[in-house]
Design a protein around this ligand. Structure first.
Ligand code: HSE
Length: 334
């Protein structure tokens, strides 16, 4: 983990060097960022693998030198997002300002959010808020932190790196935690994938989905996952779609979470029977995700089969057919 202190003092110095009495220009304090939704775990990679998807949330942020504080939100789950200082994007903005030495300068904000990522469904909506807040505030204060430093802050706020890493870097990500630091490898798979996500009509909180997990797992189950996660990354990096059919299975979390997602096993089977390479819970759920190659032409058939299988368990769902996002968080306008 890099040390923020040096950056902070370096940046402060340039601020201090400005001519005295020069009033800051406020339109420089506005930025718009776009952040992709993400699917964590990808089957066997519990808390370490993730993929960014072509579904986006937007944050239009203006930092203010007054205490004025406004949150406006449109789109998915907007009625549920806090409009006070508990707002997650603001928590991230505040953290970034503290770490870079700008907390005294900017006390207020106008936060406008437009969300397409469904909330509490396992598509990384909370990560988009964290990453958007950090990225936007960082851009406004002159980008003193690089993406790896943003990742460290985002992981502290989120608790694990597997959603925030792809939200920042794009592509597929492999993240390793070490003594509170995070190292991420991000890459675009050489197998061009379509992601078929079924979004059921119920939310699932990550807290509850983590509560059902055991404290310890067997050596047999650990080996099951290590072998598949390794195969998954090797196959994606080398472009070996033929090695993928075994690689999305999991023994560490899905067997325990299946009681929280009615029809999970049958939806996976329906996806595979319709030609998917594999299927998994997206993050902690409730979405289920299947994978096929972009040239298979099977994505609509797989989506219909998954929706139908959910329906036979009394769950209404809608399907999203997405690609892998290659950009991660992007500053759209500054
Ligand atoms: N790896 C996390 C989990 C993702 O499965 O609990 C949810 O944020």
């Amino acid at each position: 983990m890099r040390n923020f202190t040096d950056k902070k003092s370096a940046h402060k110095k340039s601020v201090d060097n400005k001519p005295a009495n020069k009033k800051p220009v406020d339109n420089k304090n506005r930025v718009i960022v776009r952040v992709p939704g993400t699917s964590a775990n990808c089957g066997p990679g519990f808390d370490c693998l993730g993929v960014a998807a072509t579904i986006y949330n937007y944050l239009d942020l203006t930092l203010l030198r007054t205490n004025k504080f406004i949150v406006e939100s449109k789109g998915a789950g907007s009625d549920k997002l806090p409009r006070n200082r508990r707002n997650l994007a603001w928590q991230a903005i505040k953290k970034l300002l503290e770490v870079t030495g700008h907390a005294e300068e900017y006390k207020g904000a106008i936060i406008r959010m437009k969300s397409n990522v469904p909330i509490s469904r396992g598509l990384g909506s909370s990560s988009t808020a964290i990453v958007a807040g950090l990225t936007a505030a960082n851009a406004i204060v002159g980008s003193p932190l690089d993406k790896n430093e943003l990742l460290t802050l985002a992981t502290e706020l989120e608790g694990h790196p597997d959603n925030v890493a792809p939200a920042i870097f794009g592509g597929f990500t492999v993240s390793v935690m070490n003594n509170g630091g995070v190292q991420t490898f991000s890459f675009m798979p050489r197998v061009k994938l379509k992601l078929i996500v079924t979004v059921p009509n119920f939310e699932l909180s990550t807290r509850i989905a983590r509560k059902v997990l055991p404290k310890n797992v067997s050596m047999k189950d650990a080996i099951f996952n290590v072998s598949r996660a390794s195969m998954l990354i090797a196959a994606l990096v080398e472009g070996r779609a033929d090695l993928l059919p075994l690689a999305f299975d999991d023994a560490l979390h899905q067997p325990y979470r299946k009681k929280l997602v009615p029809g999970m096993t049958e939806v996976f089977e329906a996806a595979k029977s319709a030609g998917a390479l594999g299927a998994a819970i997206s993050g902690a759920g409730s979405c289920l995700i299947a994978f096929t190659t972009a040239d298979s032409g099977l994505e609509n058939k797989i989506a219909a089969a998954m929706v139908e299988a959910f329906k036979s368990h009394g769950v209404d769902s809608k399907a999203l057919i997405l690609n892998v996002d290659r950009h991660g968080a992007q500053v759209m306008k500054h």
